[in-house]
Ligand binder design. Structure first.
Ligand code: HEC
Length: 170
């Protein structure tokens, strides 16, 4: 055995042995890891978790198919009737009468204009209420029933007429 060969063999051992140890270590750890994963996947608990995570969010039922028992039950919200409220005279006026009676559109007697209202007031309030509620066509134009706001109650229209009459004495 010459010297070169001796050096070569020594180096082979110095480099080779640790290399083999490292490779064996890697092989063993990988085997252990695989075993561990396999056994974890076998447990019922693990499977339940995975199944739960893969569960779809919803399901489409075709006509005739029945929803399962744990399906959320959607019930119709209880219909609650709104509380009945009555608008005040000024509110009704602003909402439904101002359009014509504010500036005298279509011959409507203007709010607060005593000259235009004097003859009308002579009829008495009941006639004014009736004409406002039922509507009529007079000498100066057409007054639509309830100012064409059929959602208003008779009392609301009366309140608006009272307000209009009240504005004359101011
Ligand atoms: C589309 C326009 C219009 C609207 C809206 C309107 N009016 Fe009139 N109103 C008239 C006209 C026009 C007359 C006058 C008719 C006539 O005498 O020839 C009149 C007349 C009246 C009179 C006098 C009635 C009489 O016998 O002389 C009263 C009261 C009245 N309106 C109340 C109301 C009230 C209250 C509202 C709102 C709820 C309202 N009007 C909304 C056009 C309107």
């Amino acid at each position: 055995m010459n010297r070169d060969q001796k050096i070569f063999e020594t180096y082979s051992l110095v480099i080779g042995v640790p290399a083999i140890v490292v490779l064996m270590y890697l092989g063993v750890t990988q085997m252990l890891d695989r075993n561990q994963r396999a056994s974890a996947a076998d447990t019922a608990e693990y499977q339940a978790v995975v199944t739960d995570q893969l569960r779809p969010y919803g399901r489409v039922y075709l006509p005739g198919e029945e929803a399962s028992a744990n399906e959320p039950v959607v019930t119709e919200a209880e219909q609650v009737d709104p509380v009945e409220t009555m608008m005040s005279g000024p509110q009704v006026y602003n909402d439904a009468c101002l359009l014509c009676h504010g500036a005298g559109v279509g011959g409507a007697p203007i709010l607060g204009d005593t000259g235009q209202w004097a003859a009308r007031l002579e009829q008495g309030n009941d006639a004014l209420y009736r004409n406002a509620i039922e509507g009529y066509t007079g000498e100066s134009g057409f007054m639509p029933a309830k100012g064409a706001r059929m959602d208003l109650s008779d009392d609301e229209v009366r309140a608006a007429v009272d307000y209009m009459i009240g504005e004359l004495s101011n």
